[in-house]
Design a protein around this ligand. Structure first.
Ligand code: GLN
Length: 314
C-alpha cells in the first residue's frame, strides 16, 4: 500500500514546529547569519507527478552546497568520465571545507561534493569562458530542471562569501599549485560562489531533483543524463553528500541526499520521490538539524530507505 504522504507531511511539520533544539545558523558567511532559524519547509515531488508541500515550502533559501549536484551534472556532460582524473569518488571523512587531504593526495580532492572537489568542478564548468557565461549556463540548467524561470542568484550572498571566503581561496590556490585548478583562482571562485548563492524554495528544489528519481529523464520526456549517470550521481550523494556525516545520514535515513550550509537538503528516492527539506539551523557537521530529523522520520514512515525491500506489487 502506498503511504499517506499528506498525513506524514502533517506529522513531520507538527513535529518540527515543536522541536526545541533547532541547531545553529551558519555565520561564517555573514549574509546567512541573518536567516530566522524558526523556519522549516518540506516538498515532495513524486514519480507519478504529484507535488506535496508542508511548512515554509515556498520561502527561498540559499541552496549553497546542494548546487554541487547540479554543477557535477553539468561538468559530467562537458568532460564525461575524464572528470574522475581530477576528482575522486570516495567519502572524505573530513569537514566540507577541509584542506588536510589535499597535500597527501597531490591536489586531487576526494569527491565532487566537498568544497575542494566542487571548486575543481567549477573550474571544469568555466571551460575557458568568463564566469558570467558559466553562471548563466548553470542558472538556465536549474531553471530548466525546475520548470521555473524565477529561480535566481542572491547577489548579496555571493558578495558576502566573496568577501570572506578565505578557506575556499586557500583550497583553490592550493589546487592551482598542483595544476588541478586551471583558470585564475578569482574566476573559478566567482563561478563557485555564485552557484552556491542560487536561491530556491523547497518546492523548486524538489522539482529540480526529479531527473535523479526518474533515471536521468526530465518529466517533460527529455533526457538530462543517462540512467547509469543518474545512478552514479545518486551513489555519490549517498556516500559523500553529507561530508563527514555521510555514514550517519545513510545509517539514519538511508536515502541519497545532498546538504548545504543554507540548511537545505535534496534527497532522492530512485523511482519514487525527489524531496527537499529546509531549516537553517545546522548540526555540528554543518548539515540541517531539523532537515535531517525530518528525512529520518519520513524514511521511517514511508519505508523509502533504499535499503528497504521493495513493497509488494512494486
Ligand atoms: N557546505 C556548504 O554548503 C558550503 C558551501 C559554501 N558556499 C562554502 O563554500 O563554504
Amino acid at each position: 500500500m502506498s503511504p499517506d504522504l499528506t498525513a506524514i507531511l502533517d506529522e513531520i511539520v507538527a513535529h518540527m514546529a515543536a522541536a526545541e533544539d533547532r541547531g545553529t545558523v551558519a555565520s561564517y558567511i555573514p549574509e546567512l547569519a541573518k536567516v530566522d532559524p524558526a523556519q522549516f519547509g518540506i516538498a515532495i515531488a513524486t514519480a507519478d507527478g504529484r507535488l506535496l508541500t508542508g511548512g515554509d515550502s515556498d520561502t527561498g533559501f540559499s541552496i549553497q552546497s546542494v548546487s554541487k549536484v547540479f554543477a557535477l551534472t553539468l561538468a559530467l556532460g562537458k568532460v564525461g568520465d575524464q572528470l574522475w582524473d581530477r576528482v575522486g569518488r570516495e567519502p572524505s571523512g573530513n569537514a566540507f571545507n577541509s584542506i588536510v587531504q589535499l597535500e597527501q593526495e597531490q591536489g586531487i580532492p576526494r569527491n565532487p561534493f566537498i568544497n575542494a572537489g566542487a571548486i575543481v568542478v567549477a573550474d571544469v564548468n568555466l571551460g575557458g569562458h568568463q564566469p558570467r557565461v558559466a553562471i548563466g549556463e548553470m542558472l538556465r540548467f536549474v531553471r530548466y530542471l525546475t520548470g521555473d524561470d524565477s529561480v535566481a542568484i542572491n547577489e548579496d550572498v555571493a558578495a558576502s562569501e566573496t568577501a570572506t571566503g578565505y578557506r575556499n581561496m586557500a583550497l583553490a590556490n592550493y589546487m592551482r599549485a598542483f595544476a588541478n585548478v586551471r583558470h585564475p583562482v578569482d574566476l573559478v571562485l566567482g563561478t563557485y560562489f555564485h552557484q552556491c548563492a542560487i536561491e530556491m524554495s523547497c518546492r523548486q528544489l524538489a522539482l529540480a531533483g526529479r531527473y535523479l528519481m526518474l533515471d536521468g529523464r526530465h518529466p517533460d520526456g527529455g533526457r538530462v543524463v543517462s540512467p547509469s549517470r543518474a545512478r552514479r550521481i545518486n551513489a555519490l550523494m549517498l556516500t559523500c553528500g553529507h561530508y563527514d556525516a555521510s555514514g550517519d545520514f545513510a545509517f539514519r535515513v538511508g536515502i541519497p541526499g545532498k546538504s548545504g550550509v543554507g540548511g537545505g537538503i535534496l534527497a532522492i528516492v530512485p523511482g519514487r520521490a525527489s524531496i527537499a527539506v529546509w531549516s537553517p539551523g545546522l548540526n555540528d557537521s554543518g548539515n540541517s538539524c531539523l532537515g535531517t530529523q525530518a528525512l529520518e522520520l519520513l524514511a521511517r514512515r514511508t519505508g523509502w530507505s533504499v535499503f528497504s525491500p521493495p513493497e509488494e506489487g512494486d
